[in-house]
Design a protein around this ligand. Structure first.
Ligand code: NAG
Ligand code: NAG
Ligand code: NAG
Ligand code: NAG
Ligand code: NAG
Ligand code: NAG
Ligand code: NAG
Length: 714
């Protein structure tokens, strides 16, 4: 490019020389014909930097020895007047006068002693550029011209790096985002020849083709399509140079970049975590610039910064998270996410799936049953201990009312896997059930499950209850049942030998019903029954109430008497119904022979009497009856004959034979063991001389029958 310019200028210069050599000249100086310079040899080009020294050669040697220089004129092709003159027309060359034009002034000096003679211009100015001609006139010979081209090199004025908006950039530029494109313009101003503008990165040439040349400005745009991590801190240098006479001038910038994180990793060594224990998780990331933002997530939940501690070192950042995982965290992902705050889509993450060990968490649920929460008596109940634990549950235990249950298929209690199967449940199995499950972390207990076994109403009392009333009197009969659920409706019924009829009542209080009943005549006494009904069903055995009209007591029953050794006769009966009133008991003792009342005894509580002073062998008639305010019961009559021997019961433990003397007769017993002799036999003992009781217990019949034949002497 520069060469081309110079060549063009040379052609122009040649043209100018032709014109000037024809028409110009120093005023007052005679011009000789000036032949064109020898076109076969182009004039020398002298390169001089502005401010430097230019030496333009001129051959002044005369063609013949006799000849001598008369006048030397220096011209520049674009200026008419000579620039420098040496006039020796009136003397010798040594004495000749040197004239410098205003244009060159003091800067020019012409040295005639050298061969060729040299016109020195110092310091050279930019405008000194041009084609110079030295015209030498000889005294005899023809005028000769020497041409030389002075090329003044001007260094570029300055260089500046601009961004796309043409704002100047200095030193560190950016930060630019990784992967983005940048365009930097390098603008050089001034300089002759036009400078080369090139981009360099360290020693590597990036771009040497400038895009634009405009006046004295040359612009080279550097495009980096995609910035990479390696470009961080790179020095981009713009070099401007236009001649090897000058050194280049440069401008440089350093790249600053925003860099994406390179990697992220959660460092953890645990294979599992114990619930409730504190663990520190470390997340390391490298490569982000500026420092990355690090966040921790549990599945999709952002964890608070108060749990973390971050440290940034150059190029590496570590965030430490301290948490105590809970059982709920099992299977969740713990994620560390890093992102460069300056770069969107720069985030990276690493996850660990939490394997949390925890004690079993169980609950009891009722699976069987007629409806979801109802088990009827005689149903099967199926309880399930469900829940979770990590590691998995190894054993399950069941508790009823706090007591551990054992597998007992015979009683219908079957424990298998995680279930409790109660077969054919009974009411008593209502209550609180609980399970507990075991794994390596420990034991977890469920809440209590209340198992309500539903059953039909049953009567609270087993035996019939008696009520007494007089005709027209109102009786309040209360029926109490047990039932589950306790929402019971009642059916009352009256029943005697003649009729059966329903009794209606409104008085109902969950497990209790009351009827008020007033017998109108004797047919209104009898049995009243009450049955309850709930969701499970109707009561099987009705509650019974016997309504009795008030009247004289019933007769006593089952009377027995006993005559003991002390002349007392003990009489004991069972009382009959008291007729609804308080009864007392009467015993009248008559002499059998004379029908004469001997004793009249009263007993208030029970029909038990002691008749004193009864002689052995007496024959008596006993008349026993009960009395209440309504009257007397029928009598019970007993004829008794007291034994001559008072003894009835023989209870001996004596083993040896011995003589016994009773109050009347001598008797010999051999009693081997305890025994009782019945009354009738004793009555016949009068005819006995001896008898032997040989065996334990009551004397067997045969022995007694044979006693008559015994003759055992002692
Ligand atoms: C300087 O430049 C000139 C002209 O372009 C050339 O002739 C010369 O060889 C160069 N010198 C050096 C040392 O490069
Ligand atoms: C930053 O880390 C990357 C990846 O290991 C490495 O290539 C680079 O040299 C590191 N830079 C510094 C300044 O340590
Ligand atoms: C948890 O991480 C695993 C493996 O990294 C992945 O397959 C799973 O989808 C993640 N779950 C959630 C909820 O992110
Ligand atoms: C116990 O569990 C095993 C395996 O899950 C199953 O095959 C078996 O039927 C279960 N037994 C009962 C009584 O549920
Ligand atoms: C009425 O009472 C009689 C005798 O106690 C009994 O046999 C009968 O079954 C009862 N009838 C009803 C309907 O309760
Ligand atoms: C009365 O005696 C009879 C027959 O010996 C017996 O069946 C009944 O149970 C006795 N009654 C009482 C109340 O003891
Ligand atoms: C015996 O005593 C009772 C009560 O005091 C009396 O009612 C009864 O008449 C008496 N019996 C005789 C035979 O007097």
């Amino acid at each position: 490019m520069a060469d081309l310019q110079i060549k063009q200028k040379y052609h122009i210069a040649v043209l100018l020389v032709v014109i000037t050599s024809t028409f110009s000249g120093n005023p007052g100086i005679e011009l000789k014909t000036a032949p064109a310079p020898d076109s076969s040899a182009p004039p020398p080009v002298i390169h001089v930097i502005v401010g430097g020294r230019a030496q333009l050669p001129c051959n002044i040697t005369p063609p013949t020895i006799e000849d001598s220089v008369s006048l030397i004129l220096w011209y520049r092709s674009d200026i008419n007047a000579p620039l420098f003159t040496v006039d020796c027309r009136s003397g010798s060359l040594d004495k000749a006068k040197h004239f410098s034009s205003d244009f060159l002034g003091q800067r020019a000096h012409f040295d005639l002693r050298t061969r060729p003679a040299l016109l020195t211009i110092e310091p050279v100015k930019a405008e000194d550029l041009g084609e110079y001609r030295c015209r030498v006139d000889y005294r005899w010979a023809r005028t000769l011209n020497n041409n030389a081209i002075l090329y003044v090199v001007v260094p570029p004025r300055d260089v500046v790096i601009l961004d796309e908006k043409l704002q100047p950039l200095h030193r560190v530029i950016g930060p630019y985002n990784e992967d983005s494109e940048i365009r930097l313009k390098c603008l050089a101003r001034g300089g002759r020849p036009s400078p080369f503008v090139s981009w360099w990165r360290e020693m590597q040439l990036l771009d040497r083709e400038h895009e634009k040349e405009d006046g004295d400005e040359v612009m080279n745009e550097l495009v980096i399509r995609r910035l990479v991590r390696n470009d961080l801190n790179a020095e981009l240098l713009c070099q401007v140079w236009n001649s090897n006479l000058t050194s280049s001038i440069v401008a440089a910038v350093f790249l600053d970049l925003n860099l994406k994180p390179l990697d992220v990793r959660i460092l953890t060594t645990e294979a599992h975590y114990k619930a409730g224990w504190k663990y520190a998780f470390e997340c390391r990331t490298r490569g982000s610039r500026p420092e990355p933002r690090i966040s921790w997530w549990k599945d999709y939940i952002l964890l608070g910064h108060h749990l973390t501690n971050v440290s940034h070192q150059p190029n590496i950042s570590i965030s430490t998270l301290v948490i105590a995982p809970s059982s709920d965290d099992h299977g969740r992902n713990l994620t560390c996410r890093v992102a460069n705050p300056k770069l969107s889509f720069s985030s990276l993450e690493d996850s660990v799936t939490l394997n949390v060990y925890y004690k079993p968490q169980v609950r009891v649920s009722l699976q069987g049953g007629r409806t979801s929460q109802a088990v009827y008596e005689n149903d099967d109940a199926f309880l399930k201990c469900s829940g979770k634990g990590n590691p998995s549950i190894t054993a399950v235990f069941w508790y009823f009312q706090g007591q551990k249950l054992k597998n007992n298929p015979e009683d219908g209690i079957i424990i298998s896997n995680q279930s409790l199967w109660l077969q054919n449940v009974r009411r008593e199995q209502s209550g609180f059930y609980r399970c507990s499950a075991v794994n390596s972390e420990g034991q977890g207990e469920s809440e209590d499950l209340k198992l309500n076994i539903k059953y039909k109403p049953i009567c609270k009392h087993q035996h019939p209850k008696f009520y007494t009333a007089m005709i027209g009197e109102t009786v309040r009969i209360q029926c109490d049942v047990e039932a589950e659920p306790d929402d019971v409706i009642f059916f009352w019924r009256f029943n005697n030998t003649k009729q059966v009829r329903e009794i209606l009542t409104r008085a109902r209080f969950r497990l209790r019903s009351i009827v008020e009943f007033a017998p109108r005549d004797h047919s209104d006494f009898g049995t009243i029954t009450c049955r309850g009904k709930n969701a499970v069903g109707i009561q099987k055995d009705a509650c019974k109430y016997v309504l009795i009209s008030v009247g004289p007591p019933e007769k006593v029953t089952n009377c027995t008497w006993l005559h003991d050794t002390s002349d007392f006769v003990h009489v004991e009966c069972k009382p009959g119904h008291d007729g609804g009133l308080r009864q007392q008991f009467q015993l009248e003792v008559y002499n059998a022979e004379w029908k004469h009342l001997q004793i009249n005894l009263t007993s208030h509580k029970k029909p038990v009497f002691q008749i004193p002073g009864v002689a052995p062998g007496a024959s008596l008639v006993l008349v026993i009856y009960a009395i209440n305010a309504k009257g007397r019961s029928p009598i019970v009559e007993m004829n008794i004959q007291t034994s001559l021997f008072a003894e009835r019961h023989f209870e001996f433990f004596i083993i040896n034979a011995q003589y016994c003397i009773t109050n009347r007769k001598l008797l010999i017993f051999t009693l081997i063991q305890k025994g009782t002799i019945p009354q009738e036999k004793l009555d016949n003992i009068w005819d006995l001389k001896l008898f032997i009781l040989l065996e334990k217990g009551t004397i067997p019949q045969e022995k007694l029958d044979n006693i008559w034949d015994l003759k055992l002497g002692l």
